[in-house]
Design a protein around this ligand. Sequence first.
Ligand code: UDP
Ligand code: MG
Length: 312
Amino acid sequence: MDISIVVPLFNEDESLPHLAEWIDRVMTEHHFDYEVIMVDDGSKDKSWQVIEQLHANNPRYKGVKFRRNYGKSAALNVGFGQAQGDVVITMDADLQDSPDEVPELYRMIKEDGYDLVSGWKKKRYDSKLAKNIPSKFFNWTTRKMSGIKLHDFNCGLKAYRHDVVKSIEVYGEMHRYIPVIAKWAGFNKIGEKVVQHRKREFGVTKFGLNRFVNGYLDLMSIMFMSKFGKQPMHFFGLVGSVSFLLGFIAFIVVCVMRICGHISLTNSVWFYVSMLFILMGTMLFLSGFLGELICRNSTTRNQYLIEKVIEK
Ligand code: UDP
Ligand code: MG
């Protein structure tokens, strides 16, 4: 199969028939063998009935229905698990992403050899204050921290080589960082394509401003996990040792000053500062040690993504 289109959706019943019609038109025009996996993320409207209807009319349409709303990342993760196509394309359900982009995205994966191609909504049709400006800042920080040169990390329209979606796991709110997760998994050829963006015609946006706070916390945990996830001691041990050492040196200095009669130990603020550093250092060091013990017992401690093997 050439293409799997994965569509996460939450209360989008009005858009779905239009989206399906559009996808079918583009796919048949280009003679693709395809499937569309619609993941209903706990919709309360008629989205699921629409999906059942689409499947009845055309078995290329497949559906998964969550019992409740788990979030876009969960929906994508389940869609990735089911996808069979050589190229997997994700697309929002609200008609803001255009299926006309699919053939070129497919070509970039197949012919140009990209592992992942992310859409770039260069001209964006969303509210300026709530989306466009904050997301410029968000993209800038993510670019700096991850070293991936993308303009629009959070674009719903993306294309992946089959292996990529089978090797990564998206959870929580991590859908914003799929390129970062993919890079961490060893898929380095990440490209970008300017894509058409459209105004939302039906329904309302599902993401408010709190996504920025959560977004940054997620970015920090991804960066931390990728650097120290398997070696917590390298972080906690180092910071802890430095803190302990500083505290210890300060303590010696304070003691020497006491012996020379300059100060009284408990009246000196430096005495307490040195104690604080020694304590903090010990705590951090212990955290690192506990982290290592947890890693050692984790079932994923020896799970690696293997690309190729030569045997015999
Ligand atoms: N979505 C989802 N689960 C959620 C929130 C959103 O599956 O909990 C879907 C939503 O139906 C849409 C896509 O994710 O297909 C993008 O959401 P939205 O259009 O609200 O985001 P925006 O374009 O405003 O950033
Ligand atoms: Mg949208």
